[in-house]
Ligand binder design. Structure first.
Ligand code: GLA
Length: 741
């Protein structure tokens, strides 16, 4: 696919060359590097866009150039981006700038991502003694405020290998002075939890060593609020996202100098990478941005870049779907599937996804302890096979999607019986098994396994071209280090993810159109190293609306609503047993990529009617939610009793405002929420969506954008007309559509 087979087109020199300085720009930011021949590559400035004429004065104004890609061996006493051992044992590097180029590039659209114009700086660093080269790349997007940086590390020895001990993608210096970090933590069913802390002397280390599901417990992204305590709307913010599907580390070092140093890269901890003579190692991209509009501003930059350049089909509205998992779990059969399709179609949905449980011949997949790898339909459950389901969906005028977990198998499976050598396990040790006590991870570093995994998708999509959507799951960590294929076990973790990328590339080259969801025990694959091939991710297995407010809030720091699958589910919630009103569940799900995760046949007529109406209304606001700009207004993490955010269309002619009450105490006095992102000079008419009570006082009235941004609207927690189902349970929520006159 294009992202990995770039055809660079040499155009004009866009960046300006000021003596030895490289000045790269995006619409609102500047990156200035100093690349003196024979000296080290220096990072001088990254922030608000400056004039070319200001570049010369940067150092005089106090910016102190910092090593842009520090390598171990020349006296740096903290961390380094790169550390190696040369043949013979020398552990030092001394990298100097040999040459550099800056050129404009154009990448054509490829059916998955839109066309892209960027300025690419390539700086070649050479060791002063050894035949060892590092190319450092900075790709500055011309339409969004984002720069991607990565390196190519080449061992120029003829035969002897060099051991890579640390191989980060980048190091970003951050000027000290009341800097706060925001990052995400969590666990299964509680992903995307926001953590905010002031940077203190020492190392703030964020890492993931799951091997597969790299966003459950931590995330590969960070933001730094540069002007003191984090604010959603004000102050300078630097944000960074490591685009890697495997293990990583992000380390922010604060020592006795004027700069924090942020390092990000593949975790070297369980990889001893022998770089052969002549071999080049490419590090994953670190995407970084700057905004003067607070955390929300930096998020909007990530969202735009994601939609325009990083996630699959980021410019295409997503279908409203019903997923079968929480509705029926493994109890798949034809009449049930058909009825669910009819039900979601009847509510205005556009897609039905059949989850786990449809496959396995010798071993039927009735619980989670068998059959992964045996991707043949279980005709005891589905006598007429997949095509019957595709046809049934089309009869209901909706599309059909299917669940697979292609990187995995079970010890109880025909695949494992045939190919025990295809699973990862430490040699000479008993099988280390995961989910269901039997699950195993396939050795994706093995080309034969890659062919098999590609074949799963290829067979499904070739045999049933009507399949519109794939839910690609991955439900266990890489828990036993051992490959019978690889000679060098030190490469196992990295080769797994190269294999994953190679398979995804093949799938996308052949099937650019199909929608693919990344799921990994819920939100284990919310990561930009995965998303180039995937359209969206499952945020969490926890569909409880209250907890989702927190999870989706955190996740929205880096990921756009269009990528966040957000489903209305039944109560009591299947994960935490909480009972919330249907309105509340709808109002939370509508703020992301709306779907349903329940058994419609268990719903009352009234609930069905409410969902039908909500789906029709979501279709009206879908372009704004999925393609608009997000403004986070009041954070649930601030514990003010509510959370609120809104989406505004690019032309600022449409907006949607979400308001959710998060605490329930008598006589609470909730803050009035000021809106953001509107055109101050236009007037907006307010209409409530998913309305179940009488009209609010401002229903149908219009207000100027200026008024709404300076004052907001006072949302009553429980107006007298509010239906009982909400008031009784203490939950309250509002969705307001704003249409410019
Ligand atoms: C994982 C996913 C769920 C569901 C199950 C099926 O847990 O996160 O959504 O698909 O697997 O086994």
């Amino acid at each position: 696919m294009r992202r990995f087979f770039l055809s660079f087109l040499l155009l004009t020199m866009a960046a300006t060359l000021f003596a030895e300085n490289i000045h790269l720009t995006t619409p609102s930011t500047s990156l200035v590097l100093k690349a003196d021949e024979g000296g080290s590559l220096q990072y001088v400035y990254f922030g608000a866009r400056i004039q070319d004429t200001d570049v010369d004065g940067l150092e005089a104004s106090g910016w102190k150039p910092q090593d842009a890609y520090p390598a171990y061996g020349q006296g740096n006493i903290t961390l380094d981006a790169l550390a190696v051992t040369h043949p013979g044992g020398d552990m030092t590097l001394d990298l100097a700038v040999e040459s550099w180029t800056v050129r404009d590039i154009h990448e054509a659209a490829d059916g998955i991502h839109a066309a892209c114009d960027a300025t690419l700086a390539t700086i070649i660093l050479k060791d002063k003694v050894y035949p060892f080269t590092v190319k450092v790349f900075y790709k500055a997007f011309q339409d969004v405020d984002m720069i991607e940086t990565w390196t190519e590390i080449t061992n120029g020895e003829k035969k002897k290998s060099v051991l890579l001990r640390r191989f980060d993608s980048a190091c970003l210096p951050v000027r000290r002075g009341h800097v706060w970090a925001s990052h995400l933590t969590g666990t299964w069913a509680n992903e995307g939890q926001l953590v905010q802390e002031e940077l203190q002397p020492g190392i703030l280390k964020i890492e993931n060593k799951d091997g597969v599901r790299n966003s459950h417990t931590s995330h590969a992204e960070m933001m730094f609020s540069l002007d003191g305590r984090p604010s959603e709307t004000e102050g300078a913010v630097l944000g960074a996202a490591l685009c890697y599907s495997g293990d990583y580390h992000l380390e922010t070092v604060t020592n006795d100098t004027d700069y924090h140093r942020f390092f990000a890269g593949i975790s070297p901890d369980h990889s001893a990478y022998e770089l052969a003579g002549g071999e080049t190692f490419r590090t994953p991209e670190l995407a970084f941005t700057w905004s003067g509009e607070g955390l929300s501003g930096a998020s909007r930059n990530f969202h735009r870049w994601a939609r325009d350049h990083r996630i699959a089909h980021g410019d295409k509205e997503r279908k409203i779907l019903l997923n079968s998992w929480e509705g029926v779990y493994f109890n798949i059969n034809e009449p049930t599937m058909d009825k669910m399709m009819a039900d979601i179609a009847g509510m205005g949905g556009e897609l039905f996804v059949m989850d786990d449980g449809w496959f396995g011949v010798k071993y039927p997949r009735n619980i989670d302890n068998s059959s992964l790898g045996d991707w043949q339909v279980d005709t005891r459950k589905l006598p007429h096979g997949i095509q019957w389901l595709v046809d049934a969906a089309s009869g209901h005028k909706i599309s059909f999607g299917i669940w697979i977990e292609p990187e995995m198998t079970n010890s109880k499976s025909e695949l494992y019986e045939k190919h025990p050598e295809w699973v990862l396990n430490a040699p000479s040790r008993p099988l280390s098994q995961g989910r269901g006590g039997t699950q195993l991870v396939l050795d994706l570093g093995n080309p034969a396994v890659q062919d098999f995994v590609f074949g799963i998708v290829d067979d499904l999509l070739t045999d049933y071209p009507g399949i519109d959507y794939i839910k690609w799951d991955a439900n266990m960590p890489l828990q036993s280090h051992g490959s019978t294929y690889l000679k060098d076990q030190g490469k196992l973790l990295i080769e797994y993810h190269r294999g994953f990328a190679a398979v995804c590339d093949r799938i996308r080259a052949k099937y650019p159109e199909v929608t693919i969801q990344a799921c990994a025990s819920g939100g284990g694959r919310a990561n930009y190293g995965v998303l180039p091939w995937f359209d969206e991710f499952w945020v969490s297995d926890n569909t409880d609306a209250l907890q989702r407010i927190y999870m989706q809030w955190g996740t929205s720091y880096f990921f756009p609503a269009i990528a966040m699958a957000s489903h209305i589910s039944a109560v009591p919630n299947h994960t935490n047993r909480r009972v919330t009103p249907l309105k509340f569940r709808i109002d939370v799900a509508m703020s992301g990529r709306l779907g349903m995760e329940l058994q419609p046949k268990d719903m009352t007529e009234q609930e069905i009617a409410q969902c039908r109406k909500a789906i029709a209304e979501y279709k009206q606001i879908r372009p704004v939610v999925q393609l608009g700009d997000q403004y986070r207004l009041v954070s649930p993490y601030d514990r003010l009793g509510l959370a609120s955010l809104m989406y505004v269309s690019e032309k600022k002619d449409e907006a949607v405002f979400f308001w959710w009450k998060t605490d329930h105490y008598y006589d609470q006095h909730l803050p009035r929420v000021k809106m953001a992102g509107l055109d101050p000079d236009r007037r907006y008419t307010v209409t409530e969506l998913d309305r179940i009570g009488g009209p609010l006082s401002f229903e149908g009235k219009s207000f100027s954008g200026k008024y709404l941004m300076e004052n907001g609207l006072d949302i009553p927690a429980y107006p007298s007309a509010y239906a009982e189902q909400v008031a009784m349970q203490g939950y309250s929520s509002r969705v307001l559509r704003l249409t410019a006159e």
